[in-house]
Structure formats: C-alpha cells, structure tokens
Design a binder for this molecule. Sequence first.
Ligand SMILES: Nc1ncnc2c1ncn2[C@@H]1O[C@H](COP(=O)(O)OP(=O)(O)O)[C@@H](O)[C@H]1O
Ligand SMILES: [Mg+2]
Length: 368
Amino acid sequence: MRKAATKEKTKKKSSVASLRPGKLNSFRPDSEALFVGVDLGTCRASISASNGIREVVPTYVGYPKDNISEELLGAEPLFGEMALKHRLSVELIRPLAHGVIQDSNKSSKNRHLVAAQQLVRHLLEKAQPKPGHPVYGVIGAPARASIASKRILIDAARGILDAVMIVSEPFSVAYGLNILDRALVIDIGAGTVDLCRLHGTLPEEQDQITLDEAGDFVDETLLSLIRKKHPQAQFNVNMIRALKEQHGFVSENADRVTARFPVKGRPKDFDITDELRTACRSIVPGIIDSIAQLIGTYDPEFQEAIRSRVVLAGGGSQMAGLASLITQGMEELGGGKVTCVDEPVFAGSNGALKMAQRMPKHFWQVLV
Ligand SMILES: Nc1ncnc2c1ncn2[C@@H]1O[C@H](COP(=O)(O)OP(=O)(O)O)[C@@H](O)[C@H]1O
Ligand SMILES: [Mg+2]
C-alpha cells in the first residue's frame, strides 16, 4: 500500500524561528541589505536575490578522493555540475538526499551539514553580496523537515547569512504566486512530492502530505521497465533521467520516443514510448489519493474553492500532460482545475525572496 509518509508540523513556531530582539537593533537599513530566497531541494538548489541574480545548481558537493584527484582538481570542494562531471574522482555527497540534511552521527560537524553549509555559501557567492553589507535569507526546506533538521538548516546558514527564516518549500511557492488562501500546491521534486493546502495562515501538520514516490522513483521505474524489455541495452540511471527530462509525458497519445543505447559497445535505437508513459504515470495515483485526503478533510464550505485551484510546481511538474491527467483523476472526486507554475525551477526561491523582502523584522532569526 502506498504510504502517505511523514507529515510535517509547520506551526508558526517551527516555521519561523524565534525572535531574538537584542540583535535586531543592529540590522542595517533595508536599502543596504541583500535579500535572498533559497530553495534547497534534494536535487537542485536555487537562489533568487534582490539584486536580480538567479542561479541554480544541482545539490551535489564533491570532495577530491586522494592525492591524485587533488592534484587534478585542487583541494577545494566541487559543486553542482562540476561535482557530477568529476564524480569518479570525488566523494560525492547529496546533502539533502532524503529531503532533510542527514545528521547521522548527531555531531554538529558531520559531513552532510558541512556540505550543505558549503553549498549555501557557494550559492550565496553567486548572488554577489557586497562586502560588509548584511544578507537576509529565507530558506525553503522540504515540507517534512523536522524541527531538528530546521535547526540544522539554521546552523548551515550561520556565518553566511546575517538573519534567516526557514519555511516549508510548497509554502514558499504559494507565497511567490500569491495564492495563500484556498489553494493546493503540489511540489514534485526528486525525492518527495509535497502537497500543501493553503487557507490564509501558515500551514499546519494536517495541511501537508509528503509522498516518497517522486522524480527519483520515476527514474527507477523507467530503468527497470527498459531493462526488462531490452536486457541487452547498456545504460545507467543518469542516462534514464536525462531521457525523462527531455521526453517525459503522461498523455495517451504522444510521438514515439526513441533512445540510443549501446549493445556490447555498439549504439542501437530502442523504442521506449510505452515504458516512459508508464513510469511517468506511476506517481499519479498517490497524488490523486492525497488530493482526495486534503480536500475531504477540509471545511466543506471551502472544498469547492480548493479543488478549483490546484497548482503543480517542482521539476517533475514538467512531464507533458500531467495537469490534464490529474484534472481527469479529480473527476471522481467531484472535479477540479489543475495548472502548472510558469517557472518550476525558480518558483520556490522567488517565493522565498518575496517573503524575505516583506517579512517584518520580528520574524527573523538573527545569526551570530
Ligand atoms: N523537463 C522535465 N520533465 C520531467 N521531469 C523533470 C524535468 N526536469 C526536471 N525533472 C525532474 O524533477 C525532479 C527535480 O525537481 P526539483 O523541483 O528540482 O527537485 P528538488 O526540489 O527535489 O530538488 C527530478 O526528478 C528531475 O528529474
Ligand atoms: Mg523542490
């Protein structure tokens, strides 16, 4: 049975960290500050800054493995594309692999925390803050991040940001789109699908559902379907993901999709249309069940309003035909209207930036 995994409590207290008024007086006037919104996804991390800079990097950090690779690559960690490109010569870390920073040994200096810190720093450098000017950042964390991992995120920002606020990712998407009331945001990432019901306040535990079957699950499903049908073809999950990102679709009718894989070293073309459709569709039933749950447990007077404003975000929302398929699936639930955000890659960081620019000072956690 599909599990509607951990629900995250995003009460006021845990969503915006506590006020530390003593330090607020030292805030510079806003005109000098740089505001940034960061979306720290499991797969991609993006930043939107008030100076207009926007950047996205895959959420990977690589550390040279030995003397030879250090000589080749230098001693500094590699980030994003560079880390992936040299993955055979580096120890590759995905600091947010499961939607939260791994805190395996409970030590404040574990590798994932350090990697997350270095990645946030790297993103921030890309936003080109002026030396000496304060930087205030809102970080969108995966919805399931526990209070403990929010603390870890705050630690990751220490020494990099002057003040920080941690919010749940689908909420920052909603904030950016100005749909804070009577709507349902579905953020389809690599590790998780986060569904969040909006009703004019910060979302609480019962407003959010996190599903573990998301983009990575589609990749694994596609990989095993193709392997079963074409056992002689040679490929890996990165090649499969690239095919999905280029051709992914869920509709009944589509152009045939052909992939070129080597067979014993020789390239050959394979038709993967049906496998691709099946794999991309594999996450839809879980999403429909969760929509039903979030609508069905809401105030009956407002259910109609929520069902008519369902918004898809995140990289996975780009699978062609997804909004129509979910609309179709909602017919059994009494109908609905589903749309996709215009900018799936930056919707989270843009919303976080907007929040950073608008939040009153008392919401901020000042970092010392
Ligand atoms: N064009 C695309 N079509 C389908 N899936 C895509 C596309 N682009 C990215 N994805 C998938 O979206 C997921 C990443 O989404 P993203 O919102 O960046 O994730 P996260 O928040 O987990 O970092 C990955 O599974 C990726 O393969
Ligand atoms: Mg995301």
